[in-house]
Design a protein around this ligand. Sequence first.
Ligand SMILES: Cc1ncc(C[n+]2csc(CCOP(=O)(O)OP(=O)(O)O)c2C)c(N)n1
Ligand SMILES: [Mg+2]
Length: 574
Amino acid sequence: MKVRASDKMIDIMSQWGIDNIFGLPGDSVDTTIDAMYRAQNKIKFTHVLHEEVAALSAAAQAKLTGKIGVCLSIGGPGAIHLLNGLYDAKMDHAPVLAILGQVQSKMLNTDFFQEVDTHVLFDDVAVYNKLIMDPQSLPRIVDEAIRTAYSKQGVAVLTIPDDIPDHLIQDNFTANVDNFKIEDYQVDDKEIKAVLDLIKIHSNPIVLAGTGIRNAKKETLEFIEKFKIPIIQTMPAKGMVNDNHPYNLGQLGKLGTKPAFEMMQKADLLIMLGTDYPYAPYLNHKIDAIQVDINGDKLGKRHRVNVAIQGETKEVLSRMIELGEDVKTRPFLDTAINRMAQWRSWMEDVMSKKHTGVLPSKMFRTLSDQAEDNAVFSIDVGTSTAFGARFIDAKSTQKYTISAWLGTMGCALPGAIAAKMNMPNRPVYAMAGDGAFSMVMQDFATAVRYKLPMVITVLNNKLLAFIEYEQQSAGQQNYGIGLPDIDFAKFAEACGGIGVTVTSNEEYVAALKKYKNADKPVLIDAAVTDEAPLPGKIVMDEAKGYAKFGFGHVIDEKSIPQLPPMKEILRSFL
Ligand SMILES: Cc1ncc(C[n+]2csc(CCOP(=O)(O)OP(=O)(O)O)c2C)c(N)n1
Ligand SMILES: [Mg+2]
């Protein structure tokens, strides 16, 4: 029996559980779109207004649910627009399939209209990258692309010349869904005992946990409580153990907390669980280390390790809990708890300082306090990243998504779209700077069109505030950081959503309450104070940078610069 190659491709994707594709149609991908038209009841097409949003949404879906995200575009310009979102998926280890159109096979290599060599262009971003030349191979290659994206947790790219999907092919390929299994590692008790011995002889162990604990939240909690070990979570793992758990030190790094920095320096044993944490300078390289990861290539990558275990964190931790002895007291943990309590009281000071307008720190805490236990937070890059990390106390029942290692502005709205589409029963909150939101704002209309209720707060400071502070801490003068004055509430209304402007914390509280259960997307345009997202720990170079900026400003501008409150600077520095 013969079947159209495109129909078979869609059928294979559907068998893998793919029920949605984010994308934008056009010339070189229209034969695939035509097959999607025929298969509307199996796979939904979410038509976005910019391909970057398609790729960022696909990436966010994969990060939030573990399920492969799929995006689609024409070749040439559409494909180029996808790249940023695909790099986000690559760097956050999220399985994504990108389907790119291409000029017809007979026109390939003729420098035809919109002919871009996507096979070469996507080489660096992809773990699997194929140009389809034979229609008969299409089902097999789609199947292999999906398997590879899952097994390598990365981006699979298919470039399909537009004539290929329309060919009739033999219907003789069966999807490998049931044959696919991620390698099942056996836990070796010898390794478990070696780890337990190492923990026993160290008095100051510290856990650094990444998204590899996604399926082991309960075991991670039990593990730290049984052995009395403070925990730091990477930004993408935020909230996997409740942020307000007394052992939790928040994040490590520029956007992290001071206790996380200090306790890492005081620790004598680093226990890395499912993390590929890239900020090597923030790790204490002088100490012993244990690492547990499903991916062998991550073992020993960031820190010399004494014992490495390749396996599922869930099983490894369960066995450690079974075999290990309870630890009764640990002074190192007591110190960590005390410092964290002090840090939290400092954060209370930060939130209660004098200000006009809406204070971002307070605003994020308000959201944290009001959000439902099953809420999803989608946070953008900018000062929102820092305020989200510090002032949202995420819970293990909630979800928190960001562009962690690419750090691309514009990720919050696509993240919220993906969240609402995949988890319609969860309330979704996005937080974005005005600069970041204006990079993707056209797709607020997509959220309206597809009836995806969400509350997106835009931190409207008419400024690239994160860069303002970055320039100052590097000793540079502020330049190129102003933004146009946009009425985002009016924009939201123009898109058919709900728009509201808030100018004080009280108004923000009221707006959140009022629109909690709105039936369409809501945009809260928050007139925020320009509040410094100071690093948890200011290092010497940054302190010198602030001083240099201050003197330079006095000389160039003949005025005293507005610096963050001295108390906040000193607490972070000392
Ligand atoms: C695509 C992209 N371009 C530039 C940057 C560098 N960058 C990081 S934060 C930031 C400023 C963000 O400004 P805004 O969204 O207004 O948030 P604010 O910091 O003002 O709260 C910039 C330009 C980036 N991370 N991503
Ligand atoms: Mg801004």
